[in-house]
Design a protein around this ligand. Structure first.
Ligand SMILES: *Cc1c(COP(=O)(O)O)cnc(C)c1O
Length: 230
């Protein structure tokens, strides 16, 4: 068994245990394998173990892997900060974007999504920790952005995403994840369909699942520690 196969098995076990501990069905929690900085061979290795969904942070690096591995039937999620001059490549190659936090990016992605493809699945990234430096829409501005995005023909609003501040304080992490879940409730009350909660990474999968995560984004616990901080 390869190192990636072993790691994947361990992460799946963590997800299942966390879901059961929270009284949830483990099948409600999808694993997104975050392959940023790792080569296409590592993605192919994970794919051989049945992993289908992969997350990338850098547009060109992601597109290169998507093209290289196009025969494998994988699903690709863009999860990094997105500048407007890179939206076309994302619209033309990815299946999901988790990091939408402003109207301009959403409008461009919708307009640039090829008509031959399904609408792009999107999550709105929310700044749940209130740190000024963080990306993500402020909770007060979320309803207007969600209304606007849900009306765009090239996009399909699927839910919300967050990246809490870096901390090992489990209670704080849980309160951030709970905030995202409550904000999803607000969107549903507005009549929007938004089932996805994209939250939880290698070090806080358990806290995120306890608060209702439906997609966890796990990188280093599968592929190894990245050499450069990203
Ligand atoms: C890198 C990254 C992850 C994965 O982080 P790990 O700690 O390696 O699991 C998840 N989400 C986003 C947005 C990332 O940039």
């Amino acid at each position: 068994m390869t190192r990636i196969a072993e790691n994947l098995q361990a992460v799946r076990a963590r997800i299942a245990a966390a879901a059961l501990a929270a009284g949830r069905n483990p099948e409600e929690v999808a694993l997104l394998a975050v392959s940023k900085t790792w080569p296409a061979e590592d993605v192919a290795d994970a794919a051989r173990c049945g992993q289908r969904a992969f997350g990338e942070n850098y547009v060109q690096e992601g597109v290169d892997k998507i093209v290289q591995l196009s025969g494998l039937g994988l699903e690709w999620h863009f999860i990094g900060p997105l500048q407007s001059n890179k939206t076309r490549l994302v619209a033309e190659h990815f299946d999901w974007v988790h990091s939408i936090d402003r109207a301009k990016i959403a409008e461009r992605l919708s307009a640039q999504r090829p008509g031959s493809m399904e609408p792009l699945n999107v999550c709105l990234q929310v700044n749940v920790s209130g740190e000024g430096s963080k990306s993500g829409v402020r909770p007060e501005a979320l309803p207007a952005l969600a209304d606007m995005v849900s009306a765009l023909p090239g996009l399909r609003l699927r839910g919300l995403m967050c990246i809490p501040e870096a901390t090992h304080d489990q209670r704080l992490l849980r309160s951030r994840f709970a905030t995202l879940r409550e904000l999803r409730g607000d969107l549903r009350a507005r009549g929007l369909v938004a089932e996805t909660l994209s939250m939880g990474m290698s070090h806080d999968v358990e806290e995120a699942i306890a608060e209702g995560a439906t997609i966890v984004r796990v990188g280093s616990a599968i592929f190894g520690e990245r050499s450069a901080p990203t």
